[in-house]
Design a protein around this ligand. Sequence first.
Ligand code: TYM
Length: 331
Amino acid sequence: MQNKKSRVFSGIQPTGNIHLGNYLGAIKNWVDRQDHYENIFCVVNSHAITIPQDPKILKEKTFELSAMLLACGIDPKKSTLFIQSQVQEHTSLAWLLTCITPMGDLNRMTQFKDKSQKNPKSILSGLFNYPNLMSADILLYQSDFVPVGEDQKQHIELARDTALRFNRDFGETFVIPKPLIMQEGARIMGLDDPSKKMSKSSGDKPNHLIALIDTPEEILKKFKKATTDSQNLITFDKERLGVYNLLTIYQCFTQKSQKTIEEEFKGEGYGKLKSKIAEVVIESLRPIRESYNYLITQKDYLEKILAEGAKSAREIAQKTYQDAKEKMGLI
Ligand code: TYM
C-alpha cells in the first residue's frame, strides 16, 4: 500500500520583484519536489498590506507573481496555487491565534525589528501581528513541512509553538509543522553588498538583486559589478562573503559539488567566474522569462487556475477553522 504523501505549504509576498533569493531559497525547491509531496502554495497578499501598498499596484503584482510561479514550474495538476485573500479563513484563524500568543513572543521576531526600523515613525500593528497570520496560513492546512529560506525559520518556530499551545489548551487540533530549509541557497546575499540578504525591499539599488524577469544584458551587467574581494582566489570560503555567494549561486544552478566547482575555476580570475555564472543564470532563467511573458497575457487562464486553487484550499481551510473555532467556544 502506498503511504500518504506529506503535505507542504508555503507562501510568498506579491511585493517588489521576485529575485534569485526567492527562487533558490524557496520556489525552485517547491517545483523540484512537487512529486514528493501534496503541495499548497499561496500568494500572500494579506501579508503584503502590513506595509502600506498602492492598491492598484498590489493587484497587478498579485497576478504577476501568480504568473511567475507558474512560469517557474508550479504545475496546477500537482499543486494547489491560490491567493490568500480569496480564502477568508486565513484572517479568521489569525485572530484566534492572536488571542493565544503572548506579545513577548512577537517582540522577539527579528523580521519585525528589521522592518519596523525601516519606518520607525509609523509601525503598524498588522506588522507586529504578521507572524500570527503566517501561523494561520500554515496551521489551516495541517501542513507537515514548510519549505522556505533561512529568514523565515523563526516564524515557523513560532507557528510550531502556537500549535503546541493550542493543542495543549484546547485539545489536539493542529499538525505541528517543520521548516524545510535547503543547505545551499537558503540565504542568498545582495550582489552589491554580500553582508546583506538579497531582498525585494532593496530592489531600488541598481546592482542589489537579479530579478527573474531581468534581461540577459541586465543579468550580465549585474554579475560583472558584483562585489568580491582582492584575493583573487576561487574557493568556498564562508569568510569571503562575495565570492562565497557567487559560488553558491553557481552551485545551486549547476548542482555540481563544491570540489568540482573549485577544480573548474582553479587558476582563473574573478572576471571568468562572473561571466560563467552569468551565462548559467541567463540560460536557466531564459525559459522562465519567456513563459512568464506569455502567461501574463493569459488573464482568463490565470484567473481560472487561481479560482480552482482557492476552491480546493477553502475545503481544507474551512474544516480546520470550524474545528479550532468550536474548540475555543465560539458559536
Ligand atoms: P517572502 O515573500 O519575503 O519570500 C518568499 C520566500 O523566499 C525566501 N527568501 C530567500 N531565500 C534565500 N535567500 C534570500 N535572500 C531570500 N529572500 C527571501 C523566503 O525565505 C521565503 O521562503 N513571511 C513570508 C511569506 C509567508 C509564508 C507563509 C511563508 C507568509 N505566510 C507561510 C511560508 C509559510 C515572506 O515574507 O516571504
